[in-house]
Design a protein. Sequence first.
Length: 85
Amino acid sequence: HPDPANGVMRTEEQDTLFKQGLEILGTSYSHLHTIVLKLTTFPDNVEDLDMGVNMTAYYDRGWCYTEQSWASLTKAGALSLDLGK
């Protein structure tokens, strides 16, 4: 994935595909026949793994909040599962 701070950028092809994916993202989360799996908490030992994991809490992340909001528009609870509980 891109990391502009370290000089890693998307290629033109990757950027085109990324933008295409963004166009359907809302549909993927809100479609009546998709299942949304959320991992809202980290495993207990994730900080010990030293993998450069972004430790921002799930509900403090903009995209996670957006994706959950899209899913909650159309889904019964059984189709939006929280694997972090």
